[in-house]
Design a protein around this ligand. Sequence first.
Ligand SMILES: *Cc1c(COP(=O)(O)O)cnc(C)c1O
Length: 398
Amino acid sequence: MEIAAINGGMPVRNETIYYGRQWIDEDDIKAVGDVLKSNYITCGPKVKELEQYLADLTGARYAVAVSNGTAALHCACIAAGIGPGDEVITTPLTFAASANCVLYCGGTPVFADVDPETYNIDPISIEAHITEKTKAVIAVDFTGQAVKIREIRDICTRHKLIFIEDAAHSIGTEYDGQPVGSLADLTCFSFHPVKTVTSGEGGAVTTSDKELYKKLLLAHTHGITHDEEEMDEAPHEGDWYYEQIGLGYNYRLTDFQAALLLSQLSKLKQFRERRKEIVNRYNTAFDSIPELILQKEIPESDTCRHLYIIRLDLTKLTCTRRQFFDAMSAENIQCQVHYVPVYWFPYYHHLGYKKGLCPNAEKIYEGIMSIPLYPKLTDLDVEDVIHAVTKIVENYSQ
Ligand SMILES: *Cc1c(COP(=O)(O)O)cnc(C)c1O
């Protein structure tokens, strides 16, 4: 057996690999530079072009580009009309923003449990948490795998709830042959650098509902409209005139970010194929290791995977997750954990949420770790990651 680096052995590699990383080419840099040399640097023609591109890509009627994925979720909650007294059902196995956006609106996040095999929100648990106060569901395509859209859509229709999909992980994923972005009432994307495509910071909401679209537009730019039909006074003052008809925010994306994202989106197919190749390689390597549990996929999801999670079967290992994680770091493979159940955080604890709410999510959390997954990984990098994982498993195997 090879000695783990943490116990004094040689690390599998000398240069650290991180769990996620953007891929920026010369053409991305040129696209940004071109905008910086033009007349518009903030919300101008590139943002419009991006919104059209996202609508075409997802098959949604409308897309609104915003400053980040959290802003996208906040705008979606505003459009859904979430306010004090309203409950919104979401998953605990997500980035905090998926629940925080409900709090921004004065609503109450309610955590439904996840499926023990796919780690995505379980429609049965959603239904079990519905009360007369429930107004919406925020379902997260965790790691990029689509949630059970048909079942959730059906629940939302029967209970008259707005279906918001947090697709921060899942751009490029299809559900039953349909792109994510066209299936929920509102779909939210993030373009943070660790996500599949990036604009530095950035986000978008897609919808096919005109009323929701109008609300998104107002929410992301101060509640201001230039559309006379929307105005109270319609005073025909002239082209300069606009009205603030609601309370909104400044969540606009800049034109140079939009240009970067358009350039990135032109490579989405290529990114998606490379991510798939790496996922297949990992699956093949880890499938036969009894100490590791792999995330299951539903057949409806043709997944553009954002995160690759290994789950340690701690009953078969002599280490804790912490020790495994540190041992991987010593091999120069920097992993990450996605995610601490949201309601475990002190802020949520102070709001009255208690441990034990979602036993499946808590159990999954104990053993999970995200290993490097991004298109820029070379085949050799991928082999190093596999080598490190197998080596550490061997070192701690019972
Ligand atoms: C990244 C992420 C967000 C927030 O996106 P930002 O662009 O970082 O604001 C929301 N939900 C999930 C699931 C995410 O992973």
